[in-house]
Design a protein around this ligand. Structure first.
Ligand SMILES: Cc1cc2nc3c(=O)[nH]c(=O)nc-3n(C[C@H](O)[C@H](O)[C@H](O)COP(=O)(O)OP(=O)(O)OC[C@H]3O[C@@H](n4cnc5c(N)ncnc54)[C@H](O)[C@@H]3O)c2cc1C
Ligand SMILES: *[C@@H]1O[C@H](CO)[C@@H](O)[C@H](O)[C@H]1NC(C)=O
Ligand SMILES: *[C@@H]1O[C@H](CO)[C@@H](O)[C@H](O)[C@H]1NC(C)=O
Ligand SMILES: *[C@@H]1O[C@H](CO)[C@@H](O)[C@H](O)[C@H]1NC(C)=O
Length: 495
C-alpha cells in the first residue's frame, strides 16, 4: 500500500516488491511442504545450475531436487500459485538450456533423484524415472532382461528431453524413434495434480506430451516398450578423410550417389542406418549400423555404396555384441553415468535442417553451394552430421501426426550443424550453413528437429519449423486447456 504513495519509480518499486514477495512466498510454500531445494546462496547451487551448453547459463530462482512424485507435485503447485515459470531438467542437454528455464528466475525441477529403471519381464515394458540418462537406461533394460530401446548415442543425455522431443539413433530406422517407444506417462500438471496419460486416459495430453512435454507438465515416470536386444550388429565406417574436399564434383557426386543408394529399394531396408559426418573440411565419413552380419553387408550393401565413388582412405566393417556396440557408439568404456555430479559440458551453437523425402532430397545445385560455402573456410571448429531418417522401410516415417505431436515423419535426411563457439561470428557461420542449403532450394519446405532446439528462432518461427502450422495450432489449443497460465514455460513453449 505504502509503495503507491511513492510516485517516483513507482513501477520499478511495485515490480521488485512483487518479485521479492513471490520469492518469499515460494520459499515459504516449498518449506511448508518439505520439498528439497537449493537457493542461490547454497554451495551446491553453482554446479547444479550449470547446463550442458555453457554458452547459455541461466540462473534459476530455485533448484528443486525431488526424490518423490509428491515433491514434484508440491513444487509445481507452489510455483504455479506464486506465478513463477517452471521447467524440468532431466539430462540438462538442451541446446538452448531450456532446462535451466531459458531465462533467469525460473523454478527448475532437477529430476536426477527419479532414477528408477525397472523392467516388467512379463510385458517387457520398462518403468523409467524422469531423470534417467540414456546410458543407464540402456544398461538397465539389458541387465534386467537383455532388452533394448531405440534412442540416441550419448549416454549422458536425459530421457526427459530426448524421449519427448523425438530421439534419433542408429536403431531408429528399424525400431522407430525414442518417442515411439512411450506407452504411458505419469505427469504432474500445472495445478500440481499427478495423472496418467496413455491412449485411453487423458489421450489428448498423451498426444501432446510426445512432442511438446516442455509446455505441458513434468513427466515423473515413463513406461516404455522394449525390444529384444540383437545378439550382434554390424558397425561400418567409410572414411574418406579430406579426399572429397579437393574438387566440388567429388563432394557433390559422392553425396548424390549416396542419396540415390538411400532411395534404392533393392539395397536399403529397415535394417540399415547411417549418417554422413563432416568435420570442417578434414573428415568425410559415412558411418552406421546394419542389423545383419558383416558377410551380408559386404556382399549386398558395401558394393552399392562404393560403386562409382572415390575409394575411401579407410573402411571398417565389424560386428559387435549389444553392449559393446553401445560403448563403441558412445566412445567410452562404461555407459553408466553417475546419479549425481554428472559434469560434461560444451560451449556451442547448433541447429538443424530436416530435408523432406517427397521432393527427392538435395539437388546438385544445393550440394555445390554447400561445398562452396564450407570450402571457403570457417572461423570456428564445427561439424555437420547428416543422418538418414527416410528411405525404403524406415520405421520413423510409418507414423504421422495422429500418432503423436511430432511432425518430422517424412524426412530423408536430417542435418545437424554444430559450431563450437560463443562468438557472434561463429553463430553467423553456422546460420550460414543453413541459409546456403535452404536458399538453394526455395521450392522445398525444410523444417527443423525439435531435439536440436535453436534459441535463435522466435517462438512463432520455432513452432512453424518444428511442428508446422496445423500441429502447432492443435498444441496451442491444448495448452489453453491443460496449462492456461503457462506455468510450464521456456522462450519457445506454447503460451
Ligand atoms: C552431447 C549430445 C549428444 C546428443 N545426441 C543425440 C542423438 O544421438 N540423437 C538425438 O536425437 N539427439 C541427441 N542430442 C539432443 C538431445 O536429444 C536433446 O538435447 C534432448 O532434449 C536432451 O534431453 P535432456 O533430458 O538431456 O535435456 P534437458 O535439457 O533436461 O531437457 C530438454 C527439454 O525437455 C524438458 N524436459 C526434460 N525432462 C522433462 C520431463 N521429465 N517432463 C517434461 N519436460 C521435460 C526440459 O524442460 C527442456 O525444455 C544430443 C545432445 C547432446 C548435448
Ligand atoms: C539399385 O541397386 C541395384 C543393386 O541391388 C542396382 O543394380 C541398381 O542399379 C540400383 N539402382 C540405381 C538407380 O542405382
Ligand atoms: C568386409 O569388408 C571389409 C572392407 O573391405 C573388410 O575389412 C572385412 O574384413 C570384410 N568382412 C567380411 C566378413 O568379409
Ligand atoms: C586420403 O587419401 C588421399 C588420396 O588417396 C590422400 O591424398 C590423403 O592425404 C589421405 N588423407 C589422409 C588423412 O590420410
Amino acid at each position: 500500500m505504502k509503495l503507491q504513495i511513492l510516485s517516483s519509480g513507482l513501477l520499478v518499486g511495485l515490480a521488485s516488491a512483487g518479485l521479492a514477495t513471490r520469492a518469499r512466498q515460494v520459499a515459504d510454500c516449498l518449506g511448508d511442504h518439505d520439498v528439497p531445494v537449493k537457493w542461490e546462496n547454497s554451495p551446491d547451487y553453482a554446479e547444479l545450475a550449470e547446463p550442458f551448453n555453457l554458452r547459455l547459463a541461466y540462473k534459476p530462482k530455485v533448484i528443486v531436487l525431488p526424490t518423490t512424485d509428491q515433491h514434484v507435485q508440491d513444487a509445481v503447485k507452489c510455483a504455479h500459485e506464486c506465478g513463477l515459470k517452471v521447467q524440468a531438467r532431466s539430462g540438462g542437454h538442451s541446446y538452448a538450456s531450456f532446462s535451466s528455464g531459458g531465462q533467469d528466475g525460473s523454478v527448475v525441477i532437477n529430476l536426477q533423484g527419479l532414477h528408477e529403471v525397472s523392467l516388467d519381464t512379463n510385458t517387457n515394458v520398462a518403468k523409467v524415472g524422469g531423470g534417467v540418462r540414456l546410458g543407464n537406461l540402456a544398461q538397465g533394460v539389458w541387465d534386467q532382461g537383455k532388452r533394448a530401446i531405440s534412442h540416441g548415442t550419448c549416454p549422458g543425455v536425459g530421457i526427459g528431453g530426448h524421449f519427448t522431443h523425438g530421439g534419433y539413433g542408429h536403431t531408429s530406422r528399424n525400431w522407430g524413434i525414442a518417442l515411439d517407444h512411450i506407452v504411458a506417462l505419469d505427469v504432474v500438471l500445472a495445478d500440481g495434480t499427478l495423472v496418467k496419460a496413455d491412449s485411453t486416459s487423458n489421450s489428448d495430453l498423451y498426444w501432446a506430451l510426445r512432442g511438446a512435454a516442455d509446455s505441458f507438465g513434468i513427466i515423473t515416470s515413463f513406461y516404455l516398450r522394449t525390444q529384444a536386444a540383437p545378439e550382434s550388429v554390424t558397425y561400418f565406417s567409410f572414411q574418406w578423410a579430406d579426399k572429397l574436399y579437393g574438387k566440388q564434383e567429388d563432394f557433390t557426386n559422392t553425396f548424390l550417389h549416396l542419396q540415390e543408394v538411400s532411395l534404392n529399394k533393392s539395397v536399403i531396408d529397415n535394417r540399415i542406418s547411417y549418417g554422413i559426418y563432416l568435420d570442417g573440411t578434414k573428415t568425410y565419413n559415412l558411418g552406421g549400423t546394419f542389423f545383419g552380419t558383416p558377410e551380408e553387408f559386404n556382399s549386398t550393401i558395401l558394393p552399392e555404396i562404393l560403386r562409382s565413388v572415390p575409394t575411401p582412405n579407410n573402411t571398417i566393417v565389424q560386428d559387435y555384441g549389444w553392449i559393446d556396440y553401445l560403448k563403441l557408439m558412445s566412445d567410452i568404456n562404461n555407459i553408466v553415468m553417475p546419479l549425481e555430479g554428472y559434469d560434461e559440458h560444451d560451449t556451442f551453437f547448433a541447429k538443424s535442417i530436416t530435408v523432406p523425402e517427397k521432393d527427392g532430397g538435395l539437388t546438385k545445385d544445393t550440394l555445390d553451394a554447400f561445398y562452396d560455402y564450407i570450402h571457403a573456410g570457417a572461423p570456428i571448429d564445427y561439424f555437420v552430421i547428416i543422418n538418414l531418417y527416410g528411405g525404403p522401410g524406415s520405421a520413423i516415417n510409418t507414423k504421422d501426426t495422429t500418432f503423436a505431436a511430432y511432425a518430422d515423419r517424412d524426412s530423408l535426411w536430417v542435418f545437424q550443424n554444430y559450431g563450437k563457439t560463443d562468438k557472434q561470428e561463429g553463430i553467423d557461420f553456422v546460420n550460414g550453413i543453413n541459409d546456403v542449403i535452404v536458399n538453394a532450394q526455395p521450392e522445398t519446405h525444410f523444417g527443423a528437429y525439435l531435439n536440436y532446439v535453436d534459441p535463435s528462432y522466435s517462438r512463432e518461427q520455432a513452432h512453424e519449423l518444428y511442428y508446422g502450422t496445423e500441429l502447432a495450432s492443435s498444441l496451442q489449443q491444448l495448452k489453453s486447456k491443460w496449462d492456461p497460465q503457462a506455468t510450464f514455460w521456456n522462450p519457445q513453449s506454447f503460451e
